[in-house]
Design a protein. Structure first.
Ligand code: UDP
Length: 319
């Protein structure tokens, strides 16, 4: 049966890919976004579809709609997510909005889900593990996060967002699950963001220097967007209330290896340069333990890093 699904942050990178997938599957999708870091360009191809509605709305204010009197599912994805200090789209450029959307916005979405007896999925982040002291990180790991450092506006707000959702589950019997999204990449990433994937691909295709921060030995594990979307939907459909699921690809690489791979796959002459020190609180390791999602949801990423990167390089070349 087709459902009415509300997606906050639906004009962002992950949100717009999720909107597309659910619209194609025949569900009625309501996309809420205040376009602070999302873009209408990401959803322009969906605007003419009968089962898609875009509403410019900031979820730190309660959402009321006369048109949609029944919502079945809510994916709460809205939040700036880029950590790069030089990017106008980063959570560092929008610290107050980031704190508000993940706390007040999450609270509002929990209330809305209760009102509609809807299922909720809150998109949290691997950042709640901070600069982890164990690797890989499983859902049981409680993290190593600064409460006052520059990244805390995102990390701690997501952590409190998880607390809000868990309390609604415990105290008000809300049907909600939490996904912790690890680094995800693919077509429709914001080309003006300062993330490693975006910077490296843009630099490689222009034959400009590829800028490594620190010595490049820090690791990340990159998940292709199609895999992430499949995981998000499975967590909503098969995930149990009150549970947390890591969503990422355990294929861990050093950032230097990652830069070299992008250079090679782009056929680029770029030089790899160690341009600046590692930003404050930049995590040294990041690698998801996804055994829980594998066991409970039957999910694991399918795309190889090479294939996902080739598709992403093609997308950036086409812009
Ligand atoms: N990074 C880099 N060069 C860049 C952008 C990022 O070396 O031009 C590094 C960054 O310091 C971090 C890693 O690449 O160690 C991944 O950064 P990203 O911004 O993609 O996201 P994060 O995983 O830190 O949230």
């Amino acid at each position: 049966m087709n459902k009415v699904i509300l997606i906050t942050g639906g004009a962002g990178f992950i949100g717009s890919n999720l909107c597309e997938k659910l619209v194609e599957g025949g569900d009625t999708v309501i996309c809420l976004d205040n376009l602070l870091t999302g873009s209408q360009k990401n959803i322009v191809h969906l605007l003419s579809r009968k089962n898609f509605t875009f509403i410019n709305h900031d979820v730190i204010k309660p959402f009321k709609s006369k048109k949609f009197n029944k919502i079945d599912e809510i994916y709460h994805l809205a939040s700036p997510a880029d950590p790069n200090i030089h990017s106008p789209f980063s959570y560092l450029a929008h610290p107050f909005e980031t704190m508000q959307v993940n706390t007040i916005g999450t609270w509002n979405m929990c209330e809305l889900a209760l009102k509609h007896k809807a299922k909720l999925s809150f998109s949290s982040t691997s950042e709640i593990y901070g600069d982890p002291q164990v690797s890989p990180q499983s859902e049981n790991y409680r993290g190593n996060v600064s409460t006052t450092g520059p990244r805390s506006v995102y990390d701690e707000a997501k952590r409190f967002g998880e607390t809000i959702v868990s309390s609604f589950v415990r105290e008000k019997r809300l049907d909600a699950r939490i996904t912790r999204i690890f680094n995800t990449y693919g077509p429709r990433m914001n080309p003006l963001e300062g993330r490693a994937v975006v910077n490296f691909i843009n630099q490689a295709i222009k034959n400009e220097p590829i800028t490594i921060y620190g010595d490049g030995k820090q690791t990340r594990s990159f998940c292709f967007i199609d895999d992430q979307i499949e995981g998000q939907i499975l967590a909503m459909e098969e995930g149990k209330t009150g549970e947390v699921y890591n969503m990422g690809n355990p294929d861990e690489r050093t950032i230097l290896e990652f830069a070299q791979m992008i250079k090679e796959l782009s056929g680029s002459d770029s030089e790899i340069v160690f341009s600046q020190p590692l930003p404050t609180d930049d995590p040294f390791f990041r690698n998801p333990d996804i055994s829980k999602a594998k066991k409970v949801l039957g999910w694991k990423p399918k795309f190889k890093l090479e294939d996902g990167l080739l598709a992403t390089i093609e997308y950036f070349k086409s812009l």
